[in-house]
Every structure is written in structure tokens, then in C-alpha cells.
Design a protein around this ligand. Structure first.
Ligand SMILES: Nc1ncnc2c1ncn2[C@@H]1O[C@H](COP(=O)(O)OP(=O)(O)OP(=O)(O)O)[C@@H](O)[C@H]1O
Ligand SMILES: Nc1ncnc2c1ncn2[C@@H]1O[C@H](COP(=O)(O)OP(=O)(O)OP(=O)(O)O)[C@@H](O)[C@H]1O
Ligand SMILES: [Mg+2]
Ligand SMILES: [Mg+2]
Lengths: 158, 165, 158, 165
């Protein structure tokens, strides 16, 4: 089990460097095990270098940088073992336009192996979807509605 | 495509049976604040066997049953069903479609069903074991998870890494 | 001090009902003191009714509903005693278009007494601002840039 | 208008002196992820006397000093200045403009200045006492505060209510 852990670790570490660089062009990142004890009990640390910046405590990252780092980690795991289904709930909310675009490109490259369902308020994300499922609330009861994308965002189809 | 559709009835704000048809490619779920989108995500988490009410924004599991509104009285049963495409037999069950259901009754009774037959949670987990849907947190990422993954106070990073191993 | 607390309490409670109804048309909300002990040590509870919904544990509220509730509380306090300066950092991120519009209308009505500085990625919010201050990062150093609003969002002025 | 401008130098990502001119009406601060917008908000919180490094996303106060990047070496001083319009004398100081500054040196030395004269933090707090700027959390609301206010684990709601009383 332990050698299998290290093989997985090395590959995921490489994947993480790749996914991070795709979301942060010119950036670098890797994983480290902190502390003591067996490999299977030590903490996993993200060591993260957005382009041009020095590695700092991860708490100093901005809201958008934190979201991209978490997404880079998830995508790195999916490069190792793709889940058949992945549901994302407003993970694009903190991203600016350029980062939303990089995120959507990455999502697209992973969607051969994984079926993605994305809850979003972001028009750009909506424009890249194969279908839109609209939800509305009517007197405290949720209902499905047909929607289509227009200038003003997703609109109910009457 | 793996997930064909999600059927939600009596779960959180979905008082009436609502069917979400999915398909190939990326599906976007949209709507105004508070309309029920995150409730759909939690419905999937729930039917995959989530046991902690806190991940469903509730204190007690019974809170996921639709508790009434100005448009509809309370109901006594919450039920969520996932219908999966098994035509290439990714799951160890010999049917072209596999349905997973979970029910919770107001009296606290809880049931799981596999292809509409009653079973135990461990049977569902067994069927999903190597499919990549065995751990709800591997398949579902909500906004709050970003902070949890970055804060690293628990061992979420390790649990996810082990799921990928 | 105690009677002054109750007078403030009553007024803020009324303000909260008004600001909440403005952000959630048809909704109701008020404040309650929970538990025992002196008024000055008990917890303040938000009792919140979005339109058509029953009062539930506040944890069940959606991301956007939570943001609006927190904003309704802050605006209620400012109705009691307006701060001269108020800085908001991405509080509009979880809001849909209709709620962003209600939030901006409320901001506008409060901006006679309060000078607002709003950090945002939201184009609608940018369109309502009296000025845009652009920030950019150049090799890890933050700098001020001139920006103007165009079709694609805030653009640097070359 | 109350705040005329914010001057930031050596604080977090603002290696070089940067001046933000404000004015009447609502000002929007915009830019890509990670460019420094929240750092501006934290700069204002800091100069108003914030003492807890955790509200500035750091473990130690010294971390707010620009620590170097590929474009600029580290600096040894962080300084933030607010210039306030006092022409209607909202503050108990007899000048048409009032400037508040805070400095932190790499060796840990910390200074506050009022109209460019050295003073104590309590002097700044005294000047701001009834102005509505005495409590940084009353003037500043960041995204994280929404969750804190709703979770109600501390007594943030009460502190804010007392500031309004
Ligand atoms: N047991 C229940 N019975 C009835 N309604 C419920 C129940 N549990 C939750 N709700 C309602 O569901 C609503 C929240 O829905 P949800 O979180 O899915 O919204 P959302 O579409 O994700 O919104 P946002 O865009 O703001 O994130 C709340 O208004 C809540 O009152
Ligand atoms: N002491 C420091 N020295 C140099 N750079 C720093 C320092 N502290 C923080 N930073 C940098 O500041 C950046 C974060 O800036 P900030 O949080 O203001 O971004 P933002 O504009 O709010 O982005 P977002 O839109 O994603 O919220 C981080 O990349 C971090 O590396
Ligand atoms: Mg939601
Ligand atoms: Mg920010």
C-alpha cells in the first residue's frame, strides 16, 4: 500500500504542476508532506507560486487565486482517476473573465472522461454549456423551467 | 454520459416530483438566488449516501424533508433517485440502466433502493465502489469546499488523494 | 445605558424589517434576543422569512439569501447611525442580476450620508459607480491603472 | 465626501507608493484576480488600527510588509495614509484636512501619525471616536463577513449593534 501511495503521490504532484500552470500561466505549484510520521498520516501542503510572485503563506492568496488552486488540485486528482460525474456549485463565482475562460477550457478538456454539471450565475459558463436546466421558485416550491441564453443572461422560455 | 437523470421529490424545496434530464457534455444549472440549485446538488450528495447533516446545511437529517411553504403544505417523505447509464456495464449489475434511490420518512424511517428493490447503504456503496462515485466529496465540489481545502484543518486533502489512488 | 440599548434595539429592529423587505420584496425579518441573562449579554438572532417561504433555521438559506440578509443588517445599522465611509469587498459576488439591482438601489439611497468604495467583478455594479479605480499586477507589484467601462467589462485605458 | 485619498507604500503587494484618489459618490475598485484590490481594503482596515493579523490574512503583523517579487526586492517599511476632508470639522482637529498614517518597520517598530506628527493609537482612536470610523468592522465589510455574521459564533452582531447605538 505504501509504495502505491508514493507512485500515486508522484503522479498527482506532476499533474498538479500541470493543471496549476494551465490556470496560472507562468505559475508553479507542487505538493509537500509536512511533519513527521508515516507517509499515510502526514499533512499534505500546497506550495504555490502564482506567476511573478514569491511563495508565501497560502492564506495571503486572493479569493480568485484560492479558488483556482483548489480547482487545480481537483483536476490533478481527476487526471489520475477521472470521476464519471462531477458536480460544481458556483466555483466560478470568484473568478475574473480571463480565469473563468481558463477554467472553462480546462473543464472542456476533462469532459471526455467526466460528465460535468455546473451550477452557475456566470453568463460565460452558461454559454459553454451543452444544455441549460433552469430552476425557479414559485411560492416556496422549486420547479424546473425551460431557459435559453440571451443578451440579458439566461431567460425563461415562456 | 453516466448520469441520465435526477428525480427529486419532497427533498428540501422540491415539494413536487421534479425530473432533471442530463445528457452528453456539460450541463449548466441556472436560476435566481434561493430557487433551489444548491438543493439539487445536495440531493445528489444525499442519495450517494451522505450521512452528515452539516454538509447539507441542516442540523438533523429530517430537515431535508420539504417542510411547507405558502404554496404547499409539508410532506412526509423525501425521495431522490439517480438513473445511471450502465449499457457498457461500468457497474457490477446486469441491467442497461441502474437506478439508485434514497427515501426518508417523517417518522425517521430511512430506505435505500437499487433498481427499485430495497437494499442497505452498503449495497449501494458496494455497487459504486470502483466507479468513482463511491465518495460524494470526490464527485461534488461546492463553493465552501474551496475554503475547506485551502484551510486544511481536517484531512480532506488526504481523503481526496486516497480516492484517486 | 440599558434603556438606551432598548430604544436602539427597537429602531434597528424596525430598520431591519424595512431593509430586508427592500432586498426581498414581500419578505419579512426581525431580530430577537435569545437565551437568558441581561439584554447586554444575550445573543442576537436573525428571524428571516424570504417571500413565500416559512421561517427555517438560517443555515438553510441559499448563498445569495445569506449575503442579502447580512447586507440588510448592515444597512439597518447605517439607518440608525450612518458611517461616513463604507468599504465593501465583493459582497455582490453571490447575487443574481435582480438582487444585484436591488442592492445597488439601496446603496444609492444610502450614499448621500455615506461614501461607498466597492471592490467588485460585477459589470452592473461598475456601471453604477461614479468612478472606476483600476488595479493591476506587474511582476508581483500592484499598480494603479486608468480603466473605463466597455462592452467587455472594465478595460485598461492605454 | 469624507475620504479624499488613500496612499499605500510597502504594504502587501504595493511595493511602490500608490495613491487612490476618491471623490463624491460610489467608487468601484476593479481588476483581475490577485491584483491587489483586497489588499487596498486591508490597508484601510490596518491604518484604522486593526490589531489582529488574522483579519489581514496573515499570521504575524510583519507579513504585511512587501516581501519581494520577481519585479522588486523586499522593502523594510509598510506605510498607509488616509487623507480625510475635515472642512466641516467632523473631527475634533482644527485643520481642513486630517491625515492618519500607520507605519510598520521590518524590525517590528510601529508608528502612528496624525497630520504627520507621531502619536499613539489611542490618539487616532480618540480623534475618530464619534466619527463612525472608530471601529474598522463598522466601516468595512468583506465577503467572509457574510458567513461570520450568519454563523453568529462570536459576538460580531452585538459589537456592530453597539457601534450603532
Ligand atoms: N426542508 C425544506 N423545506 C422547504 N424549503 C426548504 C427546505 N430546505 C431548504 N429550503 C429552501 O431552499 C432555499 C435554498 O435553496 P438553494 O440553496 O438551493 O438556492 P440556490 O438556488 O442555490 O441559490 P443561490 O444562487 O443563492 O445559491 C431556501 O430558501 C430554503 O428556505
Ligand atoms: N507581504 C506581501 N508581499 C508581496 N505580495 C503580497 C504580500 N501579501 C500579499 N501579497 C500578494 O497579494 C496578492 C493578493 O492580493 P488581493 O487579495 O488584494 O487580490 P484581489 O485583487 O483581491 O483578487 P481577487 O479578485 O481574486 O479577490 C497575493 O497574490 C499575494 O501573493
Ligand atoms: Mg446555491
Ligand atoms: Mg479579493
Amino acid at each position: 500500500a505504501k509504495s502505491r501511495f508514493w507512485e500515486t503521490w508522484d503522479r498527482v504532484n506532476q499533474h498538479f504542476g500541470e493543471t496549476f500552470a494551465q490556470l496560472f500561466p507562468g505559475g508553479k505549484a507542487w505538493l509537500e508532506l509536512t511533519g513527521e510520521g508515516s507517509a499515510l498520516s502526514r499533512d499534505i501542503e500546497f506550495v504555490v507560486h502564482p506567476p511573478g510572485k514569491r511563495t508565501r503563506p497560502i492564506e495571503l492568496l486572493s479569493g480568485g487565486e484560492r479558488a483556482l488552486t483548489a480547482l487545480a488540485f481537483m483536476f490533478a486528482l481527476y487526471k489520475e482517476k477521472a470521476g464519471p460525474l462531477c458536480i460544481l456549485d458556483e466555483v466560478d463565482a470568484p473568478l475574473d473573465d480571463a480565469n473563468t475562460s481558463r477554467f472553462l477550457d480546462m473543464l472542456d478538456s476533462f469532459s471526455k472522461k467526466t460528465q460535468y454539471v455546473v451550477v452557475t450565475h456566470n453568463r460565460f459558463t452558461m454559454s459553454k454549456a451543452s444544455r441549460l436546466l433552469g430552476v425557479t421558485m414559485d411560492k416556496g416550491v422549486s420547479k424546473l423551467v425551460s431557459v435559453q441564453l440571451s443578451e440579458g443572461g439566461a431567460q425563461k422560455v415562456s | 454520459m453516466f448520469l441520465k437523470r435526477i428525480e427529486i421529490q419532497g427533498f428540501k424545496s422540491f415539494a413536487e416530483k421534479t425530473v432533471f434530464e442530463l445528457g452528453q457534455g456539460m450541463t449548466a444549472v441556472v436560476g435566481p438566488n434561493g430557487c433551489g440549485k444548491s438543493n439539487v446538488v445536495e440531493a445528489v450528495r444525499w442519495v450517494l449516501g451522505e450521512q452528515r447533516p452539516s454538509t447539507l446545511r441542516t442540523k438533523a437529517m429530517g430537515d431535508v424533508i420539504f417542510s411547507g411553504s405558502s404554496g404547499c403544505g409539508p410532506v412526509s417523505l423525501a425521495q431522490v433517485t439517480l438513473v445511471l447509464d450502465n449499457s457498457l456495464r461500468p457497474l457490477p449489475i446486469d441491467t442497461d440502466e441502474v437506478s439508485l434511490s434514497r427515501r426518508l420518512y417523517k417518522d425517521g424511517q430511512s430506505r435505500y433502493l437499487l433498481n427499485m428493490r430495497s437494499c442497505m447503504l452498503k449495497d449501494i456503496k458496494g455497487v459504486l465502489y470502483n466507479s468513482g462515485l463511491g465518495a460524494p466529496e470526490y464527485a461534488i465540489m461546492q463553493r465552501e469546499m474551496i475554503d475547506i481545502l485551502l484551510a486544511n484543518k481536517g484531512n480532506e486533502r488526504r481523503l481526496l488523494l486516497e480516492e484517486a489512488a
